[in-house]
Design a protein around this ligand. Structure first.
Ligand SMILES: C[S@@+](CC[C@H](N)C(=O)[O-])C[C@H]1O[C@@H](n2cnc3c(N)ncnc32)[C@H](O)[C@@H]1O
Length: 519
């Protein structure tokens, strides 16, 4: 299969590969040369019969196949790890690397209006070309436990694209992500929240401390959820919160962070560790959106089923792939991590029911404006990464087999370990970019007869779920319930039939109950 791709790559020259030697179809002199060669060959064959040409053809084919087999070593260098990329390729072939694989697949959070990001894969490629030399100048060469190349690129790309007025990061470690943000926006203020000040790491080795950054670190550390964002924004002269980029790499429950960010009014959020179901140390958006009604989502814990078989096979080849035993907890609980919602580096680990998990996804869907996962920068046969299973990620920016492009972008100059980072790259192209609605507006906006009842109901319901109790400056839970009821019984709204009415009332009841309980 690899041979096939390589020969295809040679046969169909791509402009991106930079392999074009100018021998395009429009070159008439070459067409003429080929025509005269063809005439000469025909004449020769007529004279000598077909024996010699057949022998020559066989010889040429032999030489080509030996060259391809040899070149294969250039692309697929064997890894010393037990997760051997070469054997992976032999086992799955190229088709199995990045495609929807059997009962696995890639769940994807649904956003409210199906909006997507403005950038294209061409923009990403251009960005990569620019970012590789920047990355090579990074002060922390070995950022073990922090971001590797893929996420550094994603963060840099998004920050540069969005051009925010202020950047907030939660979770800085030695400061690599602060440095990445600084490369994207040289003059923009950064607020960095992290328990240990990055300057502390300087004593032991490379670290990065930014001069235009306010650190909430050491004795000044305050968790993102406890910061008085109103006064901090005022202090920094920020009036438009949609111009702020918030980056989370703090391993906290992402549902919790999403609610906190919403409450503060932030709109652009990037989550670094978007762990796949069954993996990771905190509940992630990817996990929340992993639902049976989503393509590639939901799981079967049936031990003799297709999924079990596919998983056990893939587990052998990808370090972070999980088999059915690791995926499913007691009572066949597969959501989150074995039915648990993890938080704070797995220091907190709470069992949740499938109904709660489902409600969480409905809530997330109801507020996401845009959801996007950063693809891996390149396919595993190029990067030699052996951790994440390509069946659970989107197609890479540089696809397998495109070694010319990989090389031209400068990616072949980087050590392969930078593609194999700590943060479960499996799921993580995660720099997500949700731009949620401001739910406060939804509740307080006057209700109009013309409005679609169901759309409004979903919005207000999301508010009720989000609120989970009264917060200063927010409508109280009872006022949300009241609004839901008014909404429902209002004579000016589109009426529903009796069965639907009953369903809605019971849903209302469950929302009110759920809203009374902490998440
Ligand atoms: C994976 S590291 C961050 C890596 C960093 N972004 C990088 O690219 O190198 C996680 C960091 O989160 C910090 N952390 C732990 N709890 C936190 C919290 N509640 N808020 C913010 N940061 C937290 C840890 O101290 C650690 O520095």
């Amino acid at each position: 299969m690899l041979e096939r791709v390589l020969s295809l790559r040679r046969g169909t020259t791509s402009p991106d590969d930079g392999d074009d030697d100018g021998a395009g179809g429009g070159d008439e002199s070459k067409t003429r040369k080929h025509a005269s060669f063809a005439i000469r060959a025909t004449n020769y064959m007529t004279r000598t019969g077909y024996l010699w040409p057949c022998l020559i053809l066989a010889l040429v084919l032999l030489v080509i196949s030996s060259v391809i087999i040899h070149t294969r070593d250039l692309v697929c260098v064997s890894s010393v790890s037990s997760f051997d990329p070469a054997s992976r390729l032999r086992f799955f072939g190229f088709d199995g690397l990045d495609s929807d694989f059997g009962s696995l697949g890639v769940p994807w959070c649904k956003s409210k209006h199906g909006k997507t990001v403005e950038w294209t894969s061409k923009d990403l490629l251009k960005g990569l070309e620019e970012f590789v030399p920047i990355y090579e100048t990074r002060p922390i060469k070995n950022n073990m436990y922090g971001m590797g190349f893929d996420h550094s690129f994603g963060l840099w790309f998004m920050a540069r694209w969005l051009k925010p007025d202020l950047m907030i990061e939660s979770g800085a470690f030695k400061g690599h992500s602060t440095w990445v943000l600084r490369q994207a926006m040289p003059y923009t203020r950064i607020l960095s929240i992290t328990p240990r000040h990055p300057e502390k790491y300087l004593k032991k080795g490379p670290a990065y401390v930014d001069q235009n950054c306010t650190y909430f670190a050491g004795k000044d550390f305050v968790d993102f959820g406890s910061v008085d964002w109103g006064s901090v924004m005022k202090k920094h002269g920020v009036t438009d919160l949609s111009r702020v980029l918030v980056f989370f790499d703090d391993h906290q429950n992402e549902l919790k962070r999403l609610k906190q960010a919403l409450r503060a009014g932030f709109k652009h959020l990037v989550f670094e560790d978007n762990y796949d179901t069954g993996t990771g140390d905190h509940y992630s958006l990817r996990q929340i959106c992993d639902q049976s009604y989503i393509r590639g989502g939901g799981h079967s814990c049936f031990k003799d089923g297709d999924e079990a078989r596919v998983r056990s096979r893939r587990r052998k080849f990808w370090e972070k792939a999980v088999d059915i035993k690791e995926l499913c907890g007691p009572g066949e609980a597969w959501w989150g991590v074995r039915g648990h919602m993890r938080d704070d580096f797995n220091h907190s680990n709470k069992a949740i029911t499938h109904a709660q998990h489902f409600q969480n996804s409905r809530f997330v869907e109801s507020i996401l404006d845009v959801y996007w996962e950063l693809p891996p920068v390149a396919g595993p046969s190029l990067t030699h990464q052996s951790r994440y299973d390509p069946a659970r990620v989107t197609s890479p920016i540089v696809e397998d087999g495109r070694y010319g492009l990989f090389q031209r972008l400068g990616l072949s100059r980087l050590e392969s370990s930078v593609f194999n980072g700590y943060t479960q790259m499996s799921d993580t192209r995660l720099p997500l970019h949700p731009i949620p609605l401001n739910l406060k507006d939804v509740v307080s906006r006057p209700f109009c007869c013309e409005e679609q009842w169901s759309a409004r109901f979903t919005e207000v319901k999301a508010e009720a779920l989000w609120l989970g109790g009264s917060e200063p400056g927010n409508p109280s839970l009872s006022s949300v319930s009241l609004r839901l009821r008014t909404l429902f019984f209002s004579s000016s709204v589109e009426r529903v039939d009796e069965e639907e009415e009953e369903e809605i009332l019971s849903e209302l009841l469950s929302i009110e109950e759920a809203s009374d309980k902490p998440m």
